[in-house]
Design a protein. Structure first.
Length: 480
């Protein structure tokens, strides 16, 4: 379990991004040393369970002791990876088996990440490729195949490094080293050689971060006061954090009028976020774009946080709300994605947990989004690694779809990135205020935007082929 924790340090807040390129190798060596493939799978299970615990320890206030069960469940997804690692990397070590490992093991890893990414399972938090969020050159591979390709390359490099260690012959080591260098160099090569997204106009976006304020009225007042300070700074768009408005604007026209007046005084549209009961008693998280004349459109959160915003199988698991901060009432899901329009600007709004998914910004761009705008509130996890981890996800999606992205955390961390993933702004959880960021609006169609999750299709195909090849010899032996 200890060696499984190492790659977790590649993510914020530690952000030792380079560790992702070598940090999986120790776990591979431990798995490879198992006496049987079954034992190798078990070692991988425990190692990746530790990885999940280390990257998501901050869930403890919400899930309580169930976190250990979740970590064990997610870790089990890597059982096939461990089984294959022991099978391909155990003695005798040959060049053919090592090359097979470099293809099969990244596929098994990515397949496990893909299954874990299903919204009903838990979502793609801390996919290995996200560790490269602050390295635009290595992250450039995400524009080719999404975060899945970046994860694939990272595991391939770790596997090749193990090959360098295990091979006794010079030729085997040279081949393994060449593979490692080629996989590590794909992202930087694409970053240098590929055409950069066309840069259009520059948008002045204000990010408003009032801090951890429990009372909804006080929280909204703080956001309004910070927005007032932007008068004279000529922003084009002001983005508030998640749950920044504590009343339902459709049933409180006076509140809408007040925010519209604020928009007029600042000279910019406001993207606020409503988290309040409707007259029916239902609660939904909604992004609302407000101009000087009132509402310009609304987006209702599509993917909700398990336990944080709804309790799966509430009749069975509802008891957990008595001992944790799990949602006492389920939020209402939205019906679909929308693009909000501030003049000629198409804004793709996404909320909090939705920042972890790659398919959502891809669909937003297909609908015409020119800017990705994320709103979050991680106050429940104030001061933990959850806040910088969430803010870093935005860089990955900017690269995947070739569009600039901004992220406003109600109490941190807030961030902004251009279409190539270069950091434009970062406000840690200790920051209180409003900043204006000049965001160049890049445009262009990335390979990932055009082809989608082709890496997943390839990974599962490789796994299927590996299973067939593993079964055939045993079948032949049985027939004889």
């Amino acid at each position: 379990m200890v060696v499984g924790v190492l790659p977790a340090l590649a993510f914020p807040a530690a952000s030792w991004w380079w560790l992702a390129w070598v940090g999986v190798a120790p776990l591979l060596l431990v798995v490879r040393a198992a006496p049987t493939a079954r034992e190798g799978g078990v070692r991988a299970w425990w190692g990746l369970g530790g990885y999940v615990l280390a990257t998501q320890y901050w869930l403890l206030p919400v899930t309580g002791p169930l976190l250990a069960v979740l970590a064990a469940g997610f870790g089990a997804l890597w059982l096939p990876w461990g089984w294959a690692a022991q099978w391909l990397l155990s003695a005798p070590v040959t060049t053919r088996r090592s090359l097979a490992a470099v293809i099969v093991l990244p596929s098994a890893w990515v397949a496990a990440e893909a299954v874990r990414s299903w919204p009903s399972v838990g979502g793609p938090w801390a996919s290995l490729g996200v560790s490269q969020w602050n390295q635009p050159a290595t992250l450039a591979s995400a524009s080719l195949g999404g975060v899945w390709l970046t994860s694939f390359l990272l595991v391939a490099v770790n596997t090749a490094i193990v090959g360098v260690i295990l091979h006794r012959g010079v030729s085997g080591r040279v081949i393994a080293l060449t593979v490692a260098v080629a996989c590590a160099g794909l992202g930087p090569a694409w970053f240098v050689l590929a055409s950069a997204p066309r840069v259009g106009s520059t948008l002045r976006v204000a990010l408003v971060q009032p801090g951890d304020i429990a009372d909804s009225a006080t929280r909204q007042a703080a956001s309004e006061a910070l927005t007032e300070t932007l008068v004279g700074q000529r922003p084009d768009l002001v983005v508030w954090g998640e749950s920044s408005v504590g009343v339902d604007l459709t049933s409180h026209p006076d509140a809408m009028t007040h925010l519209a007046d604020l928009s007029r005084r600042v000279g910019a549209d406001l993207l606020v976020n409503v988290d309040a009961p409707a007259p029916t008693g239902e609660i939904a998280k909604s992004s609302v774009l407000i101009g000087p004349k009132g509402s310009l459109g609304t987006y209702q959160k599509l993917r909700l946080v398990p336990f944080g915003e709804y309790v799966p199988l509430r009749p069975l698991l509802g008891w957990i709300t008595r001992y944790t901060n799990a949602a006492a009432q389920d939020r209402r899901r939205g019906s679909g994605l929308v693009v909000l329009h501030a003049g000629s600007l198409g804004i793709g709004p996404l909320i909090s947990y939705e920042a972890t998914f790659s398919d959502l910004p891809r669909r937003e761009v297909q609908l015409g989004a020119q800017l990705l705008a994320y709103q979050s509130s991680t106050s429940t996890y104030q001061g933990s690694w959850a806040q910088p981890q969430l803010a870093s996800q935005v860089a990955v999606h900017a690269v995947e779809v070739g569009r600039a992205a901004v992220h406003t955390g109600l109490s941190g961390d807030s961030s902004a990135f251009d279409a190539r993933g270069r950091k434009l702004a970062w406000c840690p959880s200790s920051f209180r205020g409003a900043i204006v960021v000049s965001v160049p609006l890049g445009s262009g169609t990335t390979v990932y935007q055009r082809l989608g999750d082709w890496v997943l299709a390839l990974a599962f195909s490789i796994l299927l082929g590996a299973v067939v090849l593993a079964i055939l010899p045993s079948r032949r032996g049985h027939d004889v």
